[in-house]
Design a protein around this ligand. Structure first.
Ligand code: TEU
Length: 588
């Protein structure tokens, strides 16, 4: 067996700095708060943390709009706090991965201010400026193409002073860089990546890693939403002709900034793309990225380009989508990821389990059991280890995310507050909004702010976002730490089981479905990687429904030894899975 790269079998814990822990009682999480909670993470058993953006930013898109790559946002602390956090993590043998956000910066970044100063500015070409296509009958400038921004509305913003549009695939405050400009690329890698590599980070989560090379000529998008002024640009903005060249160049730069022998790693957020491109992006030989996040299994039932148009999906479709996230890498030199949650996704218990009080715990455990058994680097998002659920019964004004706000405004303007469209949108937001993963972390049930802020003898500050009221129903760290049957303690054990069986669980190969068509059972087998001392295969039997369900094992001649389950084994019936029950077996 080849010597392992640490990041292949690592469990990475994703931290949303605004909402993890507030150490200075200002209602916002901060870096010192993360340091305070490192023992909690060590106890859980994670190997690395991925920190969402903590850089200076006007926070139009929660830090994904960066105004200064080399400076910590003051509410999160100082650069010294960040260097200290890196030191403390390393002292506990926890690696640190940070977010690399380079498709765009904030419109407040010095480079963009210069670029917009005049058409002849030396940095004009660092962003995507284009002239108007003429004027409409009212005399307003017509955007260069019909692209819609990912957050809704046009992807172009008119600059009155210099009489041109700039492109922003996301918010207005997030102008896209022009990657065709070599000088820009060089300076960008230096400031966004070099600075942090030299301060000891162990890798990057590369934001929007497929978007840097757009379709040359920026042609109009096909009409997929008739009657709408702006259209989803899909493949025209993604995976363009120079994307692999850019990634290779970036990779060479990263390696030039770390000491010889240090293993850094990168995970790219790529979303939707063909298997061939996935392989190119992640092949060890190609030297681009090490692994990536795809969206098929998390965006399921939400049309691409219009996330809030939700449709029901079957378990079979989801099983296939889950498998797609890692099967492309089987027996190749590529690597994959395992994740169900992040800061752009709602809570997995609500999406894929059952968040009713009766089944939320056991279904959260089932999802943990599924994830620890899959091949690839495992990512756990803060709160997921508690079985956090969506915010139930929220009103629209409690949401904070720019995506929800922009869409809601658009619908209100077009159809009105009381329209069927608005009701549909509210329903979709309750299911799928990004806010559900962004609430303050529930540390304790004994405080009105869920123990988010260290407030000493002062009253606790009002958190920047309401906590999920579920903290009063047992979804908080304090209660779960002391309950041996909690979701948290199950996750701890699950990570230990994974560690004890890496060759089969984290590195296993040749995943195959058993009874793929079954409407409520998710069952599969796989084998240990080649050369492993482990010779037994895995058989997993998972019941994704709130009804008991009979199951059979794939090969009646094989012998089976159950080694992990999410229900007590004493009263188990050999051929029946209870609601949301899952069992893992060694199969000989
Ligand atoms: O997300 C990029 C992305 O592909 C989005 O389409 C994402 O799926 C979106 O949130 C779905 O609603 C990254 C970050 O993860 C996200 O938080 C940022 O808002 C975005 O980039 C812009 O930087």
């Amino acid at each position: 067996v080849a010597p392992a790269k640490w990041w292949k079998h690592a469990t990475v814990y994703q931290i949303y700095p605004a909402s993890f822990k507030d150490s200075n009682n200002d209602g916002w999480g901060d870096l010192a708060g993360i340091v305070e909670k490192l023992p909690y993470l060590k106890h859980l058993g994670v190997d690395a943390v991925w920190l969402c953006p903590f850089y200076d930013s006007p926070q139009e898109d929660m830090g994904y709009d960066i105004a200064d790559y080399e400076k910590v946002w003051p509410r999160y602390g100082t650069n010294q706090d960040c260097f200290e956090l890196i030191r403390q993590c390393h002292a506990l043998d926890i690696k640190v991965v940070v977010d690399l956000v380079i498709n765009h910066c904030s419109s407040e970044h010095a480079w963009f201010r210069e670029s917009r100063a005049s058409r002849t500015n030396a940095k004009r070409d660092w962003f995507m400026w284009r002239p108007a296509r003429g004027r409409d009958p009212q005399g307003r400038p017509i955007p260069p193409n019909n692209w819609r921004s990912i957050f809704g509305g046009p992807a172009w913003e008119w600059d009155e002073a210099t009489q041109e549009f700039y492109l922003h695939l996301f918010a207005k405050g997030q102008p896209d860089f022009n990657f065709e400009n070599a000088e820009l690329r060089k300076q960008l890698y230096e400031t966004a990546a070099g600075f942090w590599l030299r301060h000891g980070v162990d890798g990057f989560r590369i934001d929007t890693a497929g978007l840097y090379s757009k379709k040359p000529g920026l042609p109009d998008a096909p009409i997929t939403e008739p009657g709408s002024e702006f259209q989803y640009a899909g493949e025209l903005m993604r995976n363009g002709p120079r994307i692999h060249e850019f990634h290779k160049e970036m990779r060479r730069y990263f390696l030039s900034q770390v000491p010889d022998g240090k293993q850094i790693f990168t995970v790219g957020e790529v979303g939707h793309c063909e298997d061939e491109s996935l392989l190119l992006y992640t092949s060890a030989e190609q030297q681009e990225m090490d692994q990536l996040f795809t969206f098929a299994h998390t965006d399921i039932g939400a049309a691409s380009g219009s996330r809030y148009q939700i449709e029901p999906f079957s378990l079979k479709e989801w099983k296939l989508a889950v498998a797609d996230s890692f099967l492309f890498a089987n027996r190749t030199d590529s690597w994959s990821t395992v994740y169900l949650e992040n800061h752009d996704q709602p809570r997995s218990v609500t999406r894929f389990g059952d968040d009713s009080p009766r089944w939320r715990q056991v279904s959260a455990k089932l999802l943990a059991l599924l994830e620890v058994s899959l091949t690839g680097t495992l990512y756990v998002y803060q709160g997921q280890e508690l079985g956090q659920i969506n915010n139930l019964d929220w009103s629209l004004d409690q949401y904070r995310d720019i995506e929800v706000v922009t869409h809601a405004n658009e619908i209100r303007e077009k159809f009105g507050e009381d329209s069927a469209q608005m009701h549909k949108f509210k329903h979709a937001a309750a299911l799928i909004s990004r806010d559900h993963s962004r609430n303050p972390f529930p540390w304790s049930a004994r405080e009105p702010d869920a123990g988010f802020s260290d407030h000493g003898n002062e009253p606790a500050a009002t958190p920047w976002m309401d906590p999920n009221s579920s903290y009063r129903e047992g979804i908080n760290a304090e209660d779960q730490l002391s309950d041996p049957n909690s979701v948290l303690n199950f996750w701890r054990r699950a990570l230990q089981v994974r560690k004890a069986n890496l060759d089969l669980l984290a590195y296993g190969q040749d995943f195959e479905f058993y009874q793929l068509d079954h409407p409520s059972l998710f069952m599969y087998t796989k084998q240990p990687r080649d050369g492993s001392a482990q010779s037994r295969r895995l058989f997993a039997a998972l019941n994704f429904s709130s009804q008991a369900c009979e199951f059979t094992k794939p090969d009646p001649r094989a012998s089976y030894q159950q080694f992990f389950a999410n229900y007590p084994t004493e009263d188990a019936e050999p051929n029946i899975l209870r609601p949301w029950e899952g069992r893992l077996f060694f199969m000989d």
